[in-house]
Design a protein around this ligand. Structure first.
Ligand code: PHE
Length: 338
C-alpha cells in the first residue's frame, strides 16, 4: 500500500515534468485530486482498510495529497507566469503608432449663430418664447394689424394651409401670443423657423428668424437703439456702425430698417453692399398701439419696441457666404468649414 502511494507520487512527478502547458497541469489536477481523481478515490476507500492500519495509511495518504497539490500548484504557477508574460508581450501597445482619426461632428452654422444671438439677449435679461410654425392667420397677420385683403400681406409670400391657417411667415406671430399670456414688463425673444414662397440666392422657402420685443411703461425708441447697437457690436464688432432707416411694418409705428456698415469693405463700397457701404440687417420699430389692443393691453399705458432678423442673413454676413441655399443643402464640404 505504501509502495502504491509512492509510485503515485513518482507518476505525478514524471507527468508534471512532461507537461507542456497549463492545461496539462490542470488535467493532472483533475486526474489525481479532482472529485473522481485517484487520490480522492483512495481517501474514500479508507474505510475498507483494516482498522489498525488506517491511521498510518490515512496520514500517509494526506501527506501524499499535500505533496501532489504542492507540486502541481508550483508547476501551475510557472506555466501561468509564462502565459502571462507571453500575452503581455503580444498585447504590447506601440504608443508611437499614429491613432485612427475619428471625425467629430459639430453644430450647423445656423445653430451656432442662433445660439450666439440667443446668448446675447439672455445676458440682457430677455426670456425665450416659442410659437407654432403652423399658425393661425390671426396671430401671423390679423393681430399684427394686417387687415384682411390689405396689400401689406403681399410683403410676405404666404403658404396657406387653409383660409385661416398659414405656415408662419415671420416670428412676429409670437408677439400677441406672448402678450395674451403675460402682463408687462415683457422682455422676450422668439427664435424659430418661418416660411415664405420664395427661392433665389438670398431667399429659401424655410429660414430662421429671431424676434425680440420689450413692453413696459415708458419704453422709448432710444431703448430700441441701445439694445440693437449693443447686439450688433457683440456680433459684428465694436467698430461696426449702425443706422436706422425709415420703413414700414403694419405692426410697428414708427418703423425702421436697420443697416450696419458693410462687414466686407467697412463702408467704402464693394459688391456685397452694392457700393453703398451699408447692409440691411433687421426690421424694427415701436409696437403699434393696434397690436396692444389686439392683445388686450391698454395702449395708453404701455409702449414697447419689436425687432426681427433673419438668422441666415446674419450668418451670411458674419461668415461671408454669398448663397443662402448652401445652408439647407448639407454639403459636408461646406459645413466642415465651421
Ligand atoms: N416681421 C418682420 C419681417 O419678417 C420683421 C420685423 C419684426 C419688423 C419686428 C418690425 C418689428 O420682415
Amino acid at each position: 500500500m505504501h509502495n502504491d502511494l509512492h509510485s503515485i507520487k513518482e507518476a505525478v512527478r514524471e507527468e508534471a515534468d512532461k507537461a507542456l502547458s497549463l492545461q496539462d497541469i490542470q488535467d493532472l489536477k483533475v486526474r489525481y485530486l479532482g472529485k473522481k481523481g485517484l487520490l480522492t478515490a483512495k481517501l474514500k476507500s479508507l474505510g475498507s482498510i483494516p482498522r489498525e492500519q488506517r491511521p498510518e495509511y490515512g496520514s500517509l495518504l494526506n501527506e501524499t495529497k499535500k505533496y501532489i497539490e504542492a507540486l502541481l500548484d508550483k508547476q501551475e504557477g510557472i506555466f501561468k507566469s509564462v502565459e502571462l508574460s507571453k500575452s503581455l508581450q503580444s498585447q504590447q501597445i506601440d504608443v508611437t503608432v499614429p491613432g485612427c482619426f475619428t471625425p467629430w461632428g459639430h453644430l450647423h452654422p445656423i445653430t451656432k449663430v442662433l445660439d450666439e444671438i440667443v446668448g446675447i439677449f439672455i445676458s440682457l435679461g430677455f426670456t425665450v418664447e416659442e410659437g407654432p410654425e403652423v399658425e393661425l392667420d390671426f396671430y401671423n397677420f390679423e393681430a399684427l394689424n394686417f387687415p384682411k385683403d390689405h396689400p401689406a400681406r403681399d410683403m410676405q409670400d404666404t403658404f396657406f394651409i387653409s383660409d385661416d391657417v398659414v405656415l408662419r411667415t415671420h416670428t412676429s406671430s409670437v408677439q400677441v401670443r406672448t402678450m395674451e399670456k403675460n402682463t408687462p414688463p415683457l422682455r422676450v425673444i422668439a427664435p424659430g423657423k418661418v416660411y415664405r414662397c420664395d427661392a433665389d440666392v438670398t431667399h429659401i422657402p424655410m429660414f430662421h428668424q429671431l424676434e425680440g420685443f420689450m413692453v413696459d411703461k415708458h419704453i422709448r425708441m432710444s431703448d430700441l437703439k441701445g439694445v440693437l447697437q449693443l447686439f450688433i457690436h457683440r456680433v459684428f464688432g465694436r467698430e461696426t456702425s449702425v443706422r436706422f432707416r425709415p420703413s414700414f411694418f403694419p405692426f410697428t409705428e414708427p418703423s425702421a430698417e436697420i443697416d450696419i456698415s458693410c462687414v466686407i469693405c467697412k463702408g467704402s463700397g464693394c459688391n456685397v453692399c452694392k457700393g453703398t457701404g451699408w447692409l440691411e440687417i433687421l426690421g424694427a420699430g415701436m409696437i403699434n398701439p393696434r397690436v396692444y389692443e389686439m392683445a388686450g393691453y391698454n395702449p395708453d399705458l404701455y409702449t414697447g419696441f419689436a425687432f426681427g432678423m433673419g438668422i441666415e442673413r446674419v450668418a451670411m454676413l458674419k461668415y461671408g457666404i454669398d448663397d443662402i441655399r448652401l445652408f439647407p443643402e448639407n454639403d459636408k464640404r461646406f459645413l466642415e468649414q465651421f
